[in-house]
Design a protein around this ligand. Structure first.
Ligand SMILES: [Zn+2]
Ligand SMILES: [Zn+2]
Ligand SMILES: [Zn+2]
Length: 211
């Protein structure tokens, strides 16, 4: 009965052209825990349906089940893939809630350049080399904006601490508190001179990034 219900729902959502996949997927969904089932989104279903056809007969169902109920290594609950967060510099993965909890704390502790490593992963601390710094902070910044839209204080703390932790390095956060961009001081030959942020044009001292 459960199977028939899921089958008709899925046919509705993703279209009959995926006939066989829908059949297999419906069986797979019957085996996924209810808690995980409740969190499954259309994106998960579409991702699964785009798994290559060759894989279907052998282990489509097995893959689908894995994909729909992944265990978070931090809280041990199961979640569909769309609710799991992958760290940027490694492949560690945990659920959205655990990622938010981790970053909420880590943000409080990043007041010096060494501590910035805490932002890389909940499981390990990875060195953020200069060539990936801009991309890393851009990525992290947009993640944090998403995760903490309703927690303005967390975001403010992040920007404040990040500014303090990077102001002495060549790649630093803009000194304008309202600007979230990072920039690279290319001609930094230790002159005391002003440089504009390429993003907001805020003029700031190259040494301390204050106005
Ligand atoms: Zn978790
Ligand atoms: Zn990691
Ligand atoms: Zn700026």
């Amino acid at each position: 009965k459960m199977y028939r219900l899921i089958y008709s729902e899925l046919s509705h959502i993703i279209g009959k052209q995926f006939g066989l996949k829908i059949e297999l997927l419906s069986y797979a969904l019957c085996k996924v825990s209810v808690a995980s089932l409740e969190l499954i989104s259309i994106a998960d279903i579409k991702d699964i349906c785009s798994i290559k056809d060759t894989a279907i007969h052998e282990n489509f169902q097995e893959n689908a089940i894995k994909f729909l109920s992944m265990e978070c290594p931090v809280c041990y609950n199961s979640f569909p893939r769309s609710r799991m967060e992958t760290m940027y510099l490694c492949n560690h993965m945990c659920c959205l809630t655990c990622a938010q909890d981790y970053y909420r704390n880590a943000i409080q502790e990043i007041r010096d350049p060494q501590a910035l490593k805490r932002l890389t992963c909940y499981e390990e601390q990875i060195e953020i080399s200069d060539d990936i710094k801009l991309n890393f902070f851009q990525y992290l910044g947009s993640k944090l904006n998403q995760w903490f839209t309703d927690e303005r204080l967390v975001l403010d703390k992040y920007h404040e601490n990040l500014f303090i932790a990077t102001r002495d390095s060549q790649i630093k956060k803009c000194g304008n508190p309202r600007c979230t961009s990072f920039f690279n001081l290319i001609n930094n030959n230790n002159r005391i001179a002003r440089a504009p942020c390429p993003h907001c044009q805020f003029q700031q001292c190259q040494q301390c990034c204050r106005k």
